[in-house]
Design a protein around this ligand. Structure first.
Ligand code: 1CP
Length: 351
């Protein structure tokens, strides 16, 4: 319950711990199940397999929250953009060209196609309930935020400079607004499925928030996110929301002010001292450890953990990385740092 208490504003004696992308390629048991399915989308939509990999990191590391195994790009696949994942190349999808509309109206089919995600949540709950250690472990549901989804849509793949996405915004702001309306609707339906299946918290990944021209933050980051948060709160006021507006710089202050999420996940490129002194104390902070620092491990990592926990001792904090765990991470490093945090007296350095 530590995790939900922290999201609800309590400073707990130990920070709850979970890891972004905690089910994934650094785990051999994940790779084994992953190898039984050629297509990554089919894998995500196989409720039995998705629930199995959701539970793997909980069994192994006794983490304080599970995140449902799925992907932000499922939403674009079901909007008919034909997403595929190519080994070592990342996602590829049908591209939305400059000024083009999304012609999509079959929301009934969209929702039924994504129903396996709800089923995977139900199965994950049942599996977690079977073990005394995990019967109270909350499950996080999630979605990509509209801007991050828009970048994949307009680039047709991952990107470095997001120039197509930015060209789209500058060349046809009105059409961009129309596209975002569809994306907001799609995200809401995706979250509805997860809320109906009983997730205990929601996380919105805006992984490429740092790449939008600041002039457009209001229209394409704050406004769509505000609508989604408003929907979740109207549907179930007790569901806490974590937002990850990655690498937005000073924009994180305005984001916190407008969106008022329960928690802000902070990446490792953002100055944590700036965030901590600039956003209201009732908003929890999550993350900030550089994933490479976890790959490195040892005393350097422990010193980073001490620095963070000493700094953020007067507000709710959730231990996590600043971005997803890297495939080359040693499981031992993760086990070691979890024990270190759990044995450490909160707010007091051991070193
Ligand atoms: O075959 C594989 O194993 C592919 C690797 C993989 C995995 C494990 C992908 C492809 N997606 C996932 C699962 C995933 N994706 C989860 C599951 C739960 C968990 O955390 O364990 C989650 C929450 C995501 C979210 C996601 N997908 C994000 C947002 C978070 C982030 O890391 O920034 C993004 C941007 C994606 C897109 C995506 N999915 C996969 C790839 C290769 C990409 C592209 C990443 C990029 O553009 O750099």
């Amino acid at each position: 319950m530590n995790f939900l208490n922290t999201l609800n504003g309590k400073i707990t004696s130990q920070p709850p711990i979970w890891i972004m992308r905690q089910a994934g390629r650094y785990l051999p048991e994940y790779r084994r199940i992953r190898n039984t399915e050629l297509n990554f989308i089919d894998f995500c939509l196989n409720a039995e397999k998705a629930s199995e990999v959701t539970c793997q990191p909980i069994k192994k590391f006794n983490l304080d929250a599970a995140i449902i195994f799925s992907d932000i790009l499922l939403v674009l696949h079901k909007l008919d953009f034909k997403v595929s994942f190519i080994e070592n190349e990342g996602p590829k999808l049908k591209k939305l060209n400059l000024g083009e509309k999304i012609n999509f109206s079959d929301w009934k089919k969209f929702r039924s196609d994504l129903a396996p995600v709800g089923k995977a949540i139900n199965l994950s709950r049942a599996k977690l309930n079977k073990n005394v250690n995990s019967k109270n472990t909350p499950i996080i549901g999630f979605s990509g935020s509209p801007w991050t989804l828009f970048t994949y849509l307009t680039e047709g793949q991952s990107s470095k400079d997001f120039s197509n996405a930015r060209k789209f915004l500058w060349s046809n702001t009105y059409r961009s607004e129309e596209v975002f309306e569809i994306l907001v609707q799609a995200v809401i339906y995706f979250l509805e499925i997860q809320l109906d299946a009983g997730v205990n918290a929601i996380m919105l990944f805006d992984s490429w928030a740092g790449s939008i021209p600041a002039r457009f933050r209001n229209k394409f980051i704050y406004e769509p996110t505000r609508k989604i948060v408003q929907y979740v709160r109207a549907k179930n006021a007790s569901i806490p929301i974590i937002c990850f507006p990655k690498s937005m710089g000073e924009g994180i202050v305005e984001f916190a002010d407008i969106i008022n999420p329960n928690c802000i996940a902070v990446d490792h490129l953002t100055d944590i001292e700036f965030v901590h002194r600039s956003i209201p104390k009732n908003i929890a902070i999550q993350g900030n450890i550089d994933p490479i620092c976890l790959v490195h491990g040892g005393n350097i990592l422990k010193r980073e953990v001490d620095y963070l926990l000493n700094l953020i001792s007067d507000r709710p904090y959730i231990f996590n990385l600043g971005h997803g765990i890297l495939p080359e991470t040693s499981q031992q490093n993760l086990t070691d740092i979890i024990s270190y945090i759990r044995e450490r007296k909160y707010g007091i350095s051991n070193s």
